[in-house]
Design a protein around this ligand. Structure first.
Ligand SMILES: Cc1cc2nc3c(=O)[nH]c(=O)nc-3n(C[C@H](O)[C@H](O)[C@H](O)COP(=O)(O)OP(=O)(O)OC[C@H]3O[C@@H](n4cnc5c(N)ncnc54)[C@H](O)[C@@H]3O)c2cc1C
Length: 378
């Protein structure tokens, strides 16, 4: 299937299977089982997995277009396959051939779904401070500790789990490893986390109590590379969060453009008032600029170039654009923007996640600045 055909199929899926149901599912915070089944049929769980392993093998630029389109209709759906594909990318880039053969086809079909388990109750940004441990015992690792805020934690069954295999090594990242953890005895979900927005998708706290993982589930087969593995998946993660930002920013603009032409005050559509025109112009310009940054980062990713700075810039700019556009859309809608019957209130609740997830925007600025200095030594 060509990329154009795939994008057409996504548009048809969104119009028929998603748009009519978003309001009810979102407001009641219901996991969209039927939609997930359609996402499996469309191959979304294997979008960026290589064709040799049963995936669609799409370039990141096409993937970003898909994420933008879906986020325009309901951002939560993108989370159901995004963190799953980050886990898949980590295995595809760093796993042993046996791990790739065993897991990637099952990830690609969506038979085995899950995500990325990095964050803990006491640390998110400072990942080297994690406290989940994996102690070697015979041919197994015995895992203990708690992860939190894990997307797909309830409905997913396999996670790329960041652990400490050595608590004493310096620098601390040399003691970090990543395991492919499938649910089983000792691995439980302690609670579902309630959220401002991003409803429908499950965010959960995961508890490990003497959970045993076979040694061949150590990604890449070598201890001490866990942080590197996690970071190798985050470039893709940041591009997709940025693409979500473009989707939200565009949806806020679409809603505002429509409303501004039908709502009248002082005898004319509010789109004729200069104060509203200024907002629409700024919203459209921000959205377009964000989209260009996402495409640039995605094209670099597809060429295999290092793109942590570019992915960081795209994530930073697009997520702030989403937040600003969602706020402006609410103003354009006046009192109706505050009504749960209108789409813009959902955009307003969903957008803030983007400045936090996949590394906060404060962290993105730090990454960008470090890269600027590293790439321009004097
Ligand atoms: C809905 C949702 C879904 C999520 N899904 C996942 C998931 O699937 N997997 C997963 O592992 N995690 C997930 N997360 C967690 C998310 O990645 C973290 O919340 C995020 O990385 C920030 O970590 P923290 O919450 O611990 O904040 P902290 O690290 O405690 O940061 C608090 C504040 O301090 C700032 N800060 C921290 N360090 C610095 C510094 N050095 N310089 C300047 N400012 C700094 C931060 O930017 C932030 O403003 C999810 C979170 C949410 C809300």
């Amino acid at each position: 299937m060509t990329d154009t055909l795939i994008l057409d199929a996504i548009d048809a899926f969104l119009a028929r299977d998603v748009a009519p149901h978003v309001h009810a599912l979102e407001h009641d915070d219901i996991y969209p089982e039927a939609i997930v089944a359609r996402m499996r049929e469309l191959g979304l769980f294997g979008a960026t997995i290589g064709t040799a392993y049963g995936g669609l093998g799409l370039p990141c630029a096409t993937y970003a277009d898909i994420v933008e389109r879906i986020a325009r209709v309901w951002m939560s759906l993108t989370g159901i396959f995004n963190s799953h594909l980050i886990m898949s990318a980590i295995v595809q880039r760093n796993g042993t051939e046996a791990q790739k053969q065993e897991f990637l086809p099952r990830f690609a079909s969506g038979e085995l779904r899950g995500g990325l388990a990095l964050t803990e109750p006491d640390c998110g940004t400072d990942l080297q401070a994690i406290r989940v441990t994996a102690r070697r015992e015979g041919d197994k690792y015995v895992v203990n500790g708690t992860k939190t805020w894990i997307s797909n934690g309830i409905y997913g069954s396999c996670f790329a789990l960041l652990v400490k295999t050595d608590l004493t090594t310096e620098p601390r990242h040399r003691g970090m490893s990543m395991l492919l953890a499938e649910k089983g005895p000792g691995f439980s979900v302690s609670r579902k986390l309630e959220k401002l927005g991003y409803k429908g998708i499950d965010s959960a706290e995961l508890v490990f109590q003497d959970y045993r993982v076979p040694e061949d589930r150590l990604i890449g087969g070598i201890e001490g590379r866990g942080l590197q593995h996690a970071l190798s998946g985050l470039e893709l993660g940041r591009i997709n969060v940025a693409a979500r930002g473009v989707g939200i920013a565009q949806a806020a603009l679409d809603e505002s453009l429509r409303y501004a032409q039908v709502r009248k005050t002082f005898g004319q559509p509010i789109a004729q008032h200069q104060a509203i025109q200024l907002k629409l112009a700024d919203m459209a310009t921000r959205t377009e600029a964000a989209r260009l940054l996402v495409h640039r980062a995605a094209e670099m990713y597809d060429r295999g170039d290092r793109c942590d700075m570019e992915a960081g810039m795209a994530k930073l700019f697009a997520s702030e654009a989403a937040l600003e556009n969602a706020t402006e859309a609410m103003r354009v809608h006046g009192g109706y923007g505050y009504s749960t019957e209108f789409t813009v209130e959902r955009l307003y609740r969903d957008a803030p996640l983007l400045v936090i997830g996949e590394g906060t925007n404060e962290l993105q600025r730090i990454i960008i600045a470090r890269q600027l200095v590293a790439r321009n030594p004097v």
